[in-house]
Ligand binder design. Structure first.
Ligand code: FES
Length: 110
């Protein structure tokens, strides 16, 4: 029996875009950004390394431009697929990635 936790269907993430999901846990859970480029999905904690704010400007709405994800709080720029800091106040600190797999069209935690 596969006990992976599905976060959402890959079709719920626009190609070249991102969505926000909350992962429940006994300690309150955490929030992730799911980024999709083609059939590949990357996941990052929705917490900016600059000042710890969420990156979305409204729940689940992200500033994405030319392969970058821009923090809505103060404009730090991250690689959309890598999460690496590319500019702005993140000063080299990238987003914390989380491993996810796509299984039968579902984005899952291991
Ligand atoms: S909290 Fe993201 S740039 Fe400041």
């Amino acid at each position: 029996m596969d006990v992976r936790k599905s976060l959402c269907g890959i079709g719920a993430i626009p190609d070249g875009g991102a969505v926000a999901v909350h992962v429940d846990s006994s300690t309150g859970g955490f929030d992730l950004i799911l980024v999709r480029v083609g059939d590949a999905v990357a996941a990052f904690h929705n917490e900016c390394p600059h000042a710890g704010r969420r990156l979305d400007y409204a729940p689940g709405k992200f500033l994405i431009d030319n392969g970058t994800l821009i923090c809505a709080a103060h404009g730090a720029v991250f690689g959309l697929e890598s999460g690496h800091c590319l500019g702005g106040p993140c000063r080299g600190a990238g987003l914390r990635s989380v491993h996810v797999d796509v299984v039968d069209g579902q984005v899952c935690l291991p």
